[in-house]
Design a protein around this ligand. Structure first.
Ligand code: NAD
Ligand code: UDX
Length: 460
């Protein structure tokens, strides 16, 4: 069997960074080099102060601290890493296309293709190429064609090895994966990758399939997870008008072992860089094969999610006497979920946009997201000018300061610290009536109401 001595990973983002750190931690005999074009990102991965890593993930500092400099390296020298590696992971971003055919739905594969062309140009010896990025089904065929047609007579084996980690729990997910999925045709290459994971993952959790099943399974896994969230969010609206409580409904149905308890937490809407992008991609693929019923079915998961975000904003406006103009509304949380600094597609962005249309004055506090990122997210929407976003939105580092004289507090991210706040003190400092809109059903409704808050939660 082919022995892997050196690994390169192209893309030092939320997936490449943590995944390669754990592979290096568990395989001290293999040299792992993670490369990226983004110098600032690489500098942050190399920062001596482990609290400055470019992404916030509980436990990641320990893993990087153990392996970095031993057999884990971060660099911008992409060509050397490609040249030296026996196995190359491609872990670059595959965002939704913003132009041309498939705009707003298809995955943009330009970064993937650039990687393939660069590998083809640089490689002098045989290599195993591993798709770590989430890709449309049959991308491996395109990769193979690029590599074989422009290569230097070098043999490339292509594997699909999608990543299932969730942000906020990435290290735990990588250490104890439910499964590792490897798709491919070349048995020797498959076994080389199996060996790397077998350093810490039990064999029965390493699944091998053909290439297309592996590529498609990643999109399908995310679609099923997101579908559960949209399903319970649809029910949350019904709960609000009938007197049922969505947490109780979740508990009741989740006890059915055929349904199970996970991914049944109603929310202001799912966010993150994956769910929406991957479902849109699935919808696009189905449409491209003229499978209209299939495409419409999955598209509804996104439609419901958009509805959930806007109906939360609408509920705030209606409850506050149909006007939020000039009112101070505090956003607790901006990240798309707790324990991450990632804000991509966060529901908070869209709820904020809706309230800003009504000229609310927003004050945002998130324990891990910078002011710079928050303004970037709003500017990216192009709904209003950068100056106007800065005039209407204030970002603070102290939640108590934020809540002084506020008309309403809204919970957008389920950070644990929000539960521990001194809500009695906050009640004294807010304007009366004091509204709380809990988009995560995080706080204890009975005690907030007892303190005198006008408390509204999703699904209640
Ligand atoms: P990311 O944007 O955080 O990181 C991608 C990195 O690739 C960036 O730093 C970028 O500079 C770099 N890059 C792009 N083109 C490059 C090139 N030609 N050479 C060198 N570097 C290049 O993205 P991410 O969140 O890590 O996602 C990467 C892939 O993994 C995507 O396909 C995504 O769908 C998939 N995925 C993401 C998650 C997640 O939780 N974020 C989970 C599973 C799968
Ligand atoms: C997801 C998949 O879980 C992971 O397997 C894949 O590799 C990448 O995409 P991620 O987006 O990081 O991971 O986080 P996840 O925990 O799935 O949450 C996604 C969104 O759904 C978040 O906004 C979260 O708040 C929301 N969510 C999740 C709910 O609203 N309710 C739930 O019950 C679960």
């Amino acid at each position: 069997m082919k022995e892997i001595k050196k690994i390169a990973c192209i893309g030092a983002g939320y997936v490449g960074g943590p995944t390669m750190s754990v592979i290096a931690q568990k395989n001290p005999g293999i040299q792992v080099t993670v490369v990226d074009l983004n110098q600032q990102r690489i500098d942050a991965w190399n920062d001596e102060d482990l609290s400055q890593l470019p992404i916030y993930e509980p436990g990641l500092d320990g893993v990087v601290g153990e392996a970095r400099g031993r057999n884990l390296f971060f660099s911008t020298d992409v060509e050397t890493a490609i040249d030296e590696a026996d196995m190359i992971f491609i872990s670059v971003n595959t965002p939704t296309k913003t132009y041309g055919k498939g705009k707003g739905q298809a995955a943009d594969l330009k970064y993937i293709e650039l990687c393939a062309r660069q590998i083809a140009r640089v490689a002098q010896g045989d290599k195993i190429i591993v798709e770590k990025s989430t890709l449309p089904v049959r991308t491996a065929a395109a990769l193979k064609s690029i590599l074989d047609d422009t290569g230097n007579g070098v043999n490339f084996a292509i594997l699909s090895n999608p990543e299932f980690l969730a942000e906020g729990t990435a290290v735990a997910d990588l250490h104890h994966p439910d499964r590792v999925l490897i798709g491919g045709e070349d048995e020797e290459a498959i076994q080389a990758l199996v060996q790397i994971y077998a350093a810490w993952v039990p064999h029965e959790r390493i699944l091998t399939t053909n290439l297309w099943s592996s590529e498609l399974s990643k999109l399908v896994a995310n679609a099923f997870l997101a579908q559960r969230v949209s399903s319970i969010n649809a029910i949350s609206e019904l709960c609000e008008v009938t007197g049922a409580n969505v947490d109780e409904v979740s508990r009741a149905i989740g006890h059915d072992s055929r349904i199970g308890p996970k991914f049944l937490k109603a929310s202001v809407g799912f966010g993150g860089s994956c769910f929406q992008k991957d479902i849109l991609n699935l919808v696009y693929i189905a449409r491209s094969y003229n499978l209209t019923a299939v495409a419409d079915y999955w598209e509804q998961v996104i439609i419901l999610n958009d509805h959930q975000k806007s109906r939360f904003a609408e509920r705030i406006i209606q409850t506050m006497y149909n006007t939020v103009n000039g009112k101070k509304i505090v956003f607790l949380g901006w990240a798309f979920k707790k324990d991450t600094n990632d804000t991509r597609e966060s529901a908070a962005i869209y709820v904020a946009d809706h309230l800003l249309d009504e000229e609310a004055h927003l004050v945002v506090y998130d324990p891990k997201v910078s002011a710079d990122q928050i303004y970037k997210d709003l500017d990216y929407l192009k709904t209003r000018s950068a100056e106007e976003n800065r005039r209407l939105v204030t970002v603070v580092n102290d939640p108590y300061e934020a809540l002084q004289e506020a008309h309403a507090a809204t919970i957008l991210t389920e950070w644990d610290e929000f539960k521990g706040y001194d809500w009695a003190l906050i009640k004294k400092q807010m304007k009366k009536p004091s509204f709380v809109f809990d988009g995560r059903k995080l706080l204890d409704s009975a005690s907030l109401r007892k303190l005198g808050f006008d408390y509204y939660a999703i699904g209640e």
